[in-house]
Design a protein around this ligand. Structure first.
Ligand SMILES: Cc1cc2nc3c(=O)[nH]c(=O)nc-3n(C[C@H](O)[C@H](O)[C@H](O)COP(=O)(O)O)c2cc1C
Length: 177
């Protein structure tokens, strides 16, 4: 499987980085950061990233072509800006181009929009994309797995995303298991 994780300039960059690092080793994985994600990265006090990271300007990267064969893409966190661009088909950077390719190739696209509250414009964009089979899965907390730490709460959310993509995982305690 080829899976792309993209991080746009919304709060919660750590969730995107953890999602990328928790992907099983048998998956070919690719990471893209938007320019604004780097700004949020500084604000949220995280260390710089290790490994190969595509920059959003690298529109010539393989993942931007349908022939490359991306199976799924997660945008975690997804800014309202990137959400809006995808909803109207703008493909002006590597994240939005790859998302538009994933939609046209009928592959799996999962967006984790991060804003509070959501404006009616953002909600309309989400509804439009949801009707195109894009998975809208914001990082919403759940307490039934009884998380004791921030890490456990993050693992709960990432585990739910992996479930949606059919990636087997043991990241959280399932209901009544
Ligand atoms: C510290 C910081 C936090 C931000 N948090 C959010 C957020 O949670 N959600 C959001 O939609 N935009 C957020 N923004 C604004 C986006 O970064 C901005 O709209 C930007 O144009 C997004 O560009 P991108 O979609 O290419 O990453 C934040 C910006 C900064 C500097």
């Amino acid at each position: 499987l080829k899976i792309v994780v993209a991080i746009s300039g919304a709060s919660g960059i750590e969730l995107g980085i953890k999602t990328f690092s928790l992907l099983p080793s048998n998956i070919q994985k690719y990471l893209i950061l938007s320019n604004h994600a780097y700004k949020v990265l500084q604000e949220e006090g995280l260390n710089s990233l290790e490994g190969e990271v595509f920059k959003n300007g690298e529109i010539e990267a393989g993942v931007a072509s349908g022939s490359f064969g991306v199976d799924a893409m997660l945008i975690v966190p997804c800014s309202m800006n990137t959400l809006a661009k995808i909803a109207v088909g703008i493909a002006d950077n590597l994240i939005t181009r790859t998302a538009s390719v994933v939609i046209k190739e009928r592959k799996t696209l999962l967006l984790a929009p991060r804003e509070l509250p959501f404006s009616p414009i953002a909600l309309e964009n989400m509804l439009k994309l949801s009707r195109l089979n894009v998975i809208i899965a914001p990082p919403v907390m759940g307490y039934y797995s009884k998380p004791q730490t921030l890490e456990e709460m993050e693992n709960f959310i990432i585990g739910k995303w992996f479930d949606l993509l059919g990636i087997s995982n043991n990241l959280y305690k399932r209901w009544r298991c």
